[in-house]
Design a protein around this ligand. Structure first.
Ligand SMILES: *Cc1c(COP(=O)(O)O)cnc(C)c1O
Length: 456
């Protein structure tokens, strides 16, 4: 149970109703054996919780932009829904910026953070007035040139890495000593370089850090923000005026993948920040946040049909249509990214019965393509459905084209009044024609007509 007395029960009920309704309405079936489902009610609730958590700890009138990290769920209708809930966008590539713009997000609601921005990307961002955080001294040089050549409304800042350390998952630990992101603050001379950069550039008004994602303890995230705040204070003191007016604290709140309960909550994090860094909330600084996984993960479900149920070496194996193409991290690094699996029968009703240790396998042609290995579940049978929970971020929206498996359709749902669900298409299932086109179909003869001089 979380602090609001929320056991996640509403969430589980909505999910069960949506799975059954998806089968009844034919979104799921023998000919469409895998879908991604998004709980619109849950997404709206998380957005509201985020806004309320920071409203509670900030001084009245503090400008706060919650910019959703688009990479977590890069789907235009999701960005539009979040926009309606007062959430902006943090983008880190030309593609993500295009998605944010397609969703109708304004430059003032958008922050650009990519580690490898080209000159053209920087020029476009500054022309649009989008906030940019420079990752390194060379990027700041490029921005210098652009600022000299044209007026821009873009709020500009520098990303720092407070080097407070990593968490339990190396790949999502962004504040280790050697992380590739930002200016490594504890390196020799780096802090002084950052202070100088602001002294020399009166237009640098923001400071940014994103000190980790899944696997980082709250205390370490808080420490990263505290060190970023201390640096902003030092810079403003040295300059003698509050030149840094906004601190971007990044995202990274971890997600509980073990049950339907949200833990930690945004409220817990916001209060921990206020206790550790009270000055950040006294009204002298505007705030930007960049949460991704914590806004969407718990609102997504992959549902896949069990095509075959078999047995190998005494182990029951359910061969489903969900594997590495939709759960890439889980399949390749199962120890770090375990997913809960629930079993549904052929009509989409929760399956009961004695639990049997079984493998839930995907459709890809390599032995390790398992959503779950040795998991105790009611025995999955041919025509049943297996659901992978908490997959709303960094899963089905992150298709991996192994075996040319088609991207599944994604549907948002809300409960209807009759114990079922209403659906809206978020993304159509990929067609075979699209797979061929994306695989060079228009260039079928390209390689046979290419000859080295004199070879023929
Ligand atoms: C990935 C990323 C985020 C979001 O991280 P989550 O763990 O999904 O909250 C925020 N900011 C930056 C700069 C990122 O790279």
């Amino acid at each position: 149970m979380d602090e609001y007395g929320n056991t996640g029960e509403g969430r589980a009920t909505r999910r069960d109703e949506a799975v059954r309704a998806a089968v009844e309405q034919g979104l799921l079936g023998p000919d469409s054996p895998i879908v991604g489902l998004l709980d619109v009610t849950g997404i709206r609730e998380s957005a509201a919780e985020l806004r309320a958590a920071f409203a509670e700890v900030t001084a009245p009138g503090t400008p706060v932009l919650h910019a959703f990290a688009v990479k977590a769920t890069p789907l235009v209708p999701v960005l539009r829904l979040l926009r309606e809930e007062g959430i902006g966008a943090e983008v880190a590539s030309p593609g993500e910026l295009a998605l944010a713009r397609a969703a109708g997000l304004s430059p003032a609601q958008t922050v650009l953070d990519s580690p490898a921005k080209t000159p053209a990307e920087l020029r476009e961002a500054l022309a649009l007035g989008i906030a940019v955080n420079a990752d390194n001294p060379q990027e700041l040089d490029r921005i210098d040139g652009l600022v000299r050549s044209a007026v821009s409304r873009s709020p500009l800042g520098i990303r720092v890495n407070p080097q407070v350390g990593g968490g339990s998952i190396g790949a999502t630990s962004t504040a280790t000593a050697t992380s590739k992101f930002g200016v490594a603050l504890r390196d020799e001379g780096a802090r002084e370089w950052v202070v100088r950069a602001y002294l020399d550039r009166p237009w640098l008004s923001r400071l940014h850090a994103h000190t980790g994602s899944q696997g980082i303890p709250l205390s370490l995230m808080t420490q990263g923000v505290a060190e970023t705040y201390a640096l902003a204070e030092e810079i403003n003191r040295r300059i003698g005026r509050p030149q840094i007016d906004t601190i971007d604290i990044g995202g990274g709140l971890p997600v509980n993948f073990a049950s339907d309960v949200t833990a930690p909550t945004y409220a817990e994090y916001a209060r921990a920040l206020r206790d550790a860094v009270p000055g950040l909330f006294d009204g002298r600084y505007g705030l930007v946040t960049e949460f991704g996984r914590s806004l969407l993960a718990k609102h997504g479900t992959i549902v896949a049909r069990v095509e075959y149920a078999k047995s190998a070496g005494g182990r029951a194996v359910a061969v489903t249509h969900a594997g590495v193409q939709v759960a890439t991290r889980t399949v390749y690094v199962p120890g770090s990214w375990p997913l809960r699996i629930t079993a549904y029968d052929g009509k989409g009703r929760p399956k009961s019965g004695p639990e049997v240790v079984q493998d839930v396998a995907g459709p890809a042609c390599f032995a390790g393509d398992l959503l779950a290995e040795g998991r105790a579940l009611p025995l999955l049978d041919q025509g049943d459905y297996a659901a992978a929970l908490d997959t709303g971020a960094y899963y089905f929206a992150h298709h991996y084209a192994y075996n040319s498996l088609a991207r599944p359709g994604i549907y948002g749902f809300v409960p209807d009044r009759a114990g079922g669900a209403r659906f809206a298409t978020v993304r159509d299932p990929q067609t075979l024609a699209s797979i061929v086109a994306e695989s060079g179909g228009a260039h079928a003869g390209a390689l046979t007509t290419l000859h080295a001089p004199g070879s023929r």
